[in-house]
Every structure is written in C-alpha cells, then in structure tokens.
Write a protein that binds this ligand. Structure first.
Ligand code: BGC
Length: 479
C-alpha cells in the first residue's frame, strides 16, 4: 500500500555523483543552444561584408538557425519516443557537428544556409531533449536545479559567443567563430556515448531490466523496486500515447500551460535584448562602440549570474513564486525602459544622452529577472507537466511554439520599433509581461519536490477524473 506522501520512493532518492555528472554532460547541449544563437550577431557583420550581402540576405543568414530549430523541435517529439532520449541527443549532436563543419567551410550563401539550418535543427532537438533527459534521471527534490543546468549552460553559451566574437573581431575570421562550437559539440558527443538512457523511457518501451539497471546505478542503491513500481503504475494509468491524446482533458491543460509559456517567454522580448543589445544601447545614447559592446557583455554576465541564483532558489522557493516575481520584475523594467526612450525622444535636442544610464540599468534589471524565473522555469516546467507517454510529444509542441515565437519576435522587432517607436515597443513587451503574470497566477501549478508521477496525478485530478492517489498528490492548485 501507499505510504505517506513524504516517503514516496522517487522523493527519497539522493543526489549521486553519477546523476550530477550525467546532468552536467547532457547540459552541454545548452551550450550549443546558447553559443549558436549568440555567435551569429558578431559573425554576420563580417560575412555580410565579405559576400556583399543585401539586408534581406543578412536577415536570412541570421534567422535560418531559428527556422531549423522549429523543424528540429517538430521532429524531436517522434525521435524522443522512438529512439529514446539519449540517442536523440546523440544524433542531434552529430547533426550539429556536420552543420558546424559546413558553415565553417561554406563558399557561398547556399552551403552556409544549409549548415545553419542543420545546426538549428540540432538545437531544436537538444533544446528540449536535454531538459527531458535530465528530468527523468533527477531525484524529485533537486530536479529543478538539475534540469535548469541546461538553461545555465545556455547563458554560458551566449556569454562565450560574445567572447569569441570579440576575440576574432580584429581578424574578421568568422569561420573560426563558428568552428569553436565544435569543441562543446565533441565533448557532448563522447559524453552521451558513455551515458545510459533515461530509466523512464526504457521502462515505457518495455525494457524493464535495463530500466532497473540504470535506476540502480543512478540512485547508487540496489533498492529501486518502489520507484519502478511507481513508474509502472503511472504508465498503466496513461492512455495510448497518441499525439491526439495531447488534447484530451488531463493533458490539455498541460498543453495550454506549455504552449502559453513558450510564447509568452518570447513575446516579453528577451531575445530583442540578446540579439539587439548593442543597437539598443547605441539608440539610447551610449555613443561609442566599445561602451555598447561592454554593456552587452554586462548583460551576458548578469544572465549567467542570475541563472546561477535561480538554480539555488528553484527547489527551495518553488517554481510559482519565482515565476511571479520574475515576470513582475521584468515588466517593471520594461516599463522603465520604455519611459527612458520616451523621455530621451523629448530631450534629444537638448542632448539627453544621460538617459543611456537608465537604459543600461533597466536592461540589466530586466535580464536578471528573466534569468531567475521565466528563462529556466519555462524549460523546466515543460519537462515536468506531461505524462510519460506524451512527454516528448508535449515538449516538442511547446518547443516548436517557443522557437516559432522567437523567430516572429526577431523578425518583427525592427519593423515594430519603427511603427510603435522604441518606447512603444518596450511598453508592448511590458503589456505582454502583465498578461504573462496573470497566466502564471491562474494556471501554473507548483511542482517543487513532487515526483513526475505525482505531477501527472495532479493534472488528472484537476481534469476531474478520479485520481488514483489524490490524497497523496500534494500539489497545490494554482489559484
Ligand atoms: C530562451 C532563449 C533565450 C535564452 C536567454 C532561453 O530560456 O528560450 O530564447 O535566448 O533563454 O538566456
């Protein structure tokens, strides 16, 4: 019979060195994600010069990775279920290395674009397969920080890309800029060869003995019968695992949360800051290139540091409070940013350059609040809220929405800034922030400390189906 909530099997397991190493290796996938979305901002200047690109071609070269990521995320759902989490990451890494090679030796736009789309596809798969893989290995009590290692790696990847851009800028060697990505790529490749697949996936495809073996290894104890039984029970209570089941009541809410947060994470403007920071700083009055670049690196550092803070807080404070604080802080910062631009507009003739400081500070505050919450928690939640058989499919849909929205925002930013004005666009993102806050408040449940199977029970209970172990499923209802 079931015991008390606190003593349920998945929750007793401790962090072992093995799980930590496995999570750290898989999280290198996040470095690829961050590095390749960041490196283009520097490289494109030299490619455009060397190949005489038109404005449209340069835009295409920049956004091709996002198109690839949408395609990769789409295919990733099927891959994750058929091949397993580990092989999916492994194949994505091979694709990434092939794309990196092609881009580094590209002799024209066609081969360059092919390489960038391949890199994008690899990142599209890895962006959700890595959190998925880690979530299925991690003990419940520290799953938040372990899964968020991936987001930490994303921010490190972005920062490294700024450094690499800076390093090669004097020689204009854009090929070398991309080639650096092969280093984490190769480490991930060899690392994933050595790691086992997720015990939950192994179990779901009937490889029970293999699942048990992996579970013993990662938990560092032969006593895994109870955790296996819990996984088994969850799988039995699930429906067939067809993609259409994503729309059935218990999963529908999880789908709405996943896709909603995916879009809101992007339409609150984070990537306009990541991609266009130097331009924003210059527009705000930081006159010199060096000052704009230094301020941009500052953004990268703040992003890494506060994602680190989030790793520490996420399993202590919980996902909901962190998200609510994060979105509130981002919204205030966006409003101030808009105000800064509005005032500067008026004060421009009078030489309102001092407002550059307001811009710099509010952008830092904005990114810090993003990093403690909405950044990591979106990727964490989508790895927690879907039932095992639909986890890869549900994450794939949310990830497609995320990369799709990323693409749209990147594409519309300059046009929107022209139509709404610089102040208007940041106020618009601020408005989206308010919407996000209410969305979280109303719909997002607290998943801190719960096993993935308990989270599953919560959604069943909330959809009104008689839950099997409702009394133990101590998830708080979002109110
Ligand atoms: C987002 C990316 C963003 C990154 C910045 C991620 O969570 O999905 O779009 O570039 O955070 O740190």
């Amino acid at each position: 019979m079931e015991k008390e909530n606190v003593s349920r099997p998945g929750k007793q397991s401790k962090l072992t060195a093995y799980v930590l190493v496995a999570a750290a290796i898989a999280a290198i996938g996040g470095i690829l994600f961050g590095f390749d979305t960041g490196v283009i901002s520097g490289a494109i200047l030299f490619i455009a010069k060397q190949w005489n690109l038109t404005h449209k071609q340069a835009e295409l070269a920049t956004s091709s990775v996002l198109v690839g990521a949408v395609l990769g995320a789409l295919a990733g759902g099927v891959l994750g279920d058929r091949l397993g989490r580990r092989l999916s990451i492994l194949y994505a890494t091979v694709l990434f290395l092939a794309g990196t090679l092609i881009v580094s030796i590209a002799d024209g736009m066609t081969s360059f674009l092919i390489g960038r789309v391949l890199i994008g596809a690899a990142i599209g798969v890895a962006s959700f397969m890595v959190p998925l893989y880690i979530s299925e290995l991690a003990p419940a009590q520290i799953r938040g920080s372990m899964v968020s290692l991936n987001q930490f790696a994303v921010t490190v990847g972005i920062l490294v890309s700024y450094g690499v851009n800076y390093y090669y800028a004097s020689t204009q060697n854009w090929r070398a800029m991309f080639a650096v990505g092969a280093v984490p790529g190769l480490i991930l490749l060899f690392g994933m060869i050595a790691l086992p697949d997720s015990p939950r996936w192994l179990f779901s495809v009937g490889l029970r003995e293999a699942a048990e073996k992996v579970l013993r290894k990662i938990r560092g104890t032969p006593e895994v019968t109870e955790e296996l039984a819990e996984i088994d029970e969850a799988i039995r209570s699930e429906s067939g695992g067809k993609v259409s089941d994503l729309l059935a009541p218990p999963v529908r809410l999880a789908l709405i949360i996943g896709v909603g947060l995916a879009i809101l994470q992007q339409v609150t403007g984070v990537n306009t800051v990541i991609y266009y920071a130097p331009a924003i700083f210059k527009g705000a009055g930081l006159q010199s290139d060096t000052a704009a670049i230094a301020a941009t690196s500052g953004i990268g550092v703040v992003n890494v540091v506060f994602t680190g803070v989030s790793l520490w807080l996420i399993d202590r404070v919980g996902r909901r409070p962190l998200l609510l604080w994060s979105v509130a802080g981002m919204t205030v910062a966006l409003m101030v940013l808009g105000l800064g631009f509005a005032l500067r507009g008026e004060a421009a003739e009078a030489g309102g350059g001092g407002l550059g400081l307001i811009t710099a500070v509010s952008l830092m505050v904005y990114i810090a609040f993003f990093a403690i919450g909405l950044g990591p928690i979106f990727w964490l939640l989508i790895a927690e809220i879907y039932p095992l058989k639909l986890r890869a499919a549900g994450m794939s849909v949310a990830t497609v929405a995320n990369w799709g929205a990323n693409f749209l925002v990147a594409y519309t930013f300059l046009t929107m800034a022209a139509v709404l004005g610089k102040a208007g666009i940041f106020w618009f993102y601020g408005l989206m922030g308010i919407l996000t806050w209410f969305f979280v408040k109303r719909l997002v449940p607290e998943t801190k400390g719960k096993t993935l199977e308990e989270v599953e029970e919560y959604f069943i209970a909330r959809a009104g189906r008689p839950p099997k172990r409702q009394e133990q499923s101590g998830l708080r209802r979002a109110s």
